[in-house]
Design a protein around this ligand. Structure first.
Ligand SMILES: Cc1cc2nc3c(=O)[nH]c(=O)nc-3n(C[C@H](O)[C@H](O)[C@H](O)COP(=O)(O)OP(=O)(O)OC[C@H]3O[C@@H](n4cnc5c(N)ncnc54)[C@H](O)[C@@H]3O)c2cc1C
Ligand code: SF4
Ligand code: SF4
Ligand code: SF4
Length: 383
């Protein structure tokens, strides 16, 4: 797999189809299970693909494939439309385009009580729903603390219920079918099921998910047009939750899963215990439980989202917010004006300037680390 490949320097103009995704992405171990390929295939009513029992895309029946190439172009790992997406978002190295970086939090203590960091994402979504900017939000809703399912939240209660971060991959739920197993498919489902009510959606997603959506938008594939706002999470990695539960890992830290009340990723991986004690585990040490595809992934700062968010660089209970696009600016300005969110209080202008610089440096540092790690693991697999 050539990470630098893009539409311009492909050696021929042969259409690449799902067979190429199978060999270049899925078998190569870099499929992030974002679901983009399955989505575009079914959104175009071809239905040649499904997600298998492990969440990987697979043929339903190979003979249904029209070799249209849409799945290949949508995949965030093929980089076919990367130049187009980069130019649409005026991408600049090393962490994309942005107009501001702030540390903020929700003004609602109920939101803060259940959020991962400052609850900015949850309050932004609630604000946009109330203001009529969106009809719903694609979020990840908790089922039982550890497992989550992708849903379209259309009420304040549903958005609140989805607060908090889930670091495992979204589970495959046979009972509701593959349309619920990943974000991009949920979008398709939402647009078909309720085309009148759901015309404007916000999506919260990891970089691979948001990139798949941007690729779909660059290719003008329906229904990516209803994705009005994107909130991108910083992402160092997702975990194999069953590995996290393996006794060796937790016993090494002298805790059991029952002791853990919350997980978070900022500068490191943080386990908050029921007793309130926080254990900080260096990122390097949790590589052993990362999904293999995540170790080879080079996306960190969600460069193509309207707003990117993370805990990195902000004090506890605040969210670091990178405003990237005009839509992003509108989203944040509206929520600030309505007092749904607030900037970190008690800071002078000078301190805010220093905070901003500190956050940018950290985001750049982690983005560079992730890029280097991705290249290293890719090389390891090749050799
Ligand atoms: C897999 C993953 C890896 C991350 N890695 C980092 C990191 O390395 N460094 C860093 O600074 N921050 C990271 N984050 C982001 C961080 O955990 C917070 O989500 C972010 O700071 C927003 O906090 P908040 O309190 O404003 O969000 P909240 O108000 O708690 O809202 C979080 C939103 O994210 C949605 N969500 C939860 N899990 C997922 C998921 N798996 N996929 C898509 N959406 C989801 C929820 O439904 C909710 O809408 C990661 C998040 C995830 C899910
Ligand atoms: S029909 Fe098109 S989108 Fe579907 S699997 Fe074949 S090449 Fe991919
Ligand atoms: S589009 Fe997503 S799910 Fe499909 S092969 Fe690429 S990374 Fe995997
Ligand atoms: S590290 Fe994050 S962005 Fe990359 S494949 Fe894993 S979940 Fe997706």
């Amino acid at each position: 797999m050539n990470w630098e490949k893009n539409g311009k320097d492909m050696k021929d103009d042969r259409i690449r189809s799902f067979d190429n995704l199978l060999s270049e992405v899925i078998s190569a171990g870099i499929c992030g299970k974002c679901g983009g390929c399955v989505s575009v295939c079914s959104a175009n009513m071809i239905n040649a693909l499904k997600l298998d029992e492990n969440g990987f895309p697979a043929y339903v029946r190979k003979e249904l494939c029209l070799e249209c190439g849409l799945c290949y172009m949508t995949c965030p790992q093929t980089h076919i439309v990367r130049d187009e997406v980069k130019s649409r978002f005026d991408w600049k190295p090393p962490i994309g385009n942005y107009t501001d970086v702030v540390s903020a939090r929700s003004t609602d203590s109920d939101v803060r009580g259940v959020a991962t960091d400052g609850g900015v994402v949850t309050s932004l979504l609630i604000h946009m729903l109330e203001a009529g900017h969106i009809d719903g939000a694609v979020v990840s809703t908790s089922r039982d603390g550890l497992t989550r399912v992708a849903t379209v939240a259309t009420s304040q209660e549903e958005i609140l219920q989805a607060a908090g971060s889930h670091f495992g991959e979204l589970p495959h739920l046979e009972e509701v079918g593959d349309r619920y197993t990943n974000y991009v498919s949920v979008i398709k489902y939402a647009s078909r099921t309720n085309p009148v009510k759901l015309k404007k959606l916000a999506v919260v997603g990891t970089p691979c998910q948001i990139t798949a959506i941007r690729n779909m938008q660059a290719l003008a594939i329906v229904p990516s047009d209803i994705m009005t706002f994107t909130i991108g999470l910083f992402c160092m990695q997702c975990f194999e939750m069953n590995h996290l539960m393996e006794k060796e890992f937790l016993s090494h830290w002298n805790v059991s899963l029952d002791d853990v009340s919350r997980m978070n990723i900022k500068e490191d991986f943080i386990l908050t215990l029921n007793s309130g004690i926080k254990i900080h585990i260096p990122m390097k040490e949790i590589e052993e439980i990362a999904r293999p595809a995540c170790l080879r992934c080079e996306y960190f700062a969600n460069d193509y989202a309207d707003v990117s968010v993370g805990g990195l660089g902000s004090p506890e209970s605040f969210t670091t917010v990178m405003i990237r696009t005009i839509r992003g600016r509108m989203m944040i300005a509206g929520a600030l004006a309505k007092k749904s969110i607030e900037l970190r209080p008690g800071r002078t202008d000078e301190e805010r300037k220093a905070d901003r610089q500190g956050m940018i440096s950290l985001i750049e540092e982690y983005a560079a680390r992730k890029m280097a790690r991705g290249k290293l693991f890719t090389e390891k697999v090749r050799s």
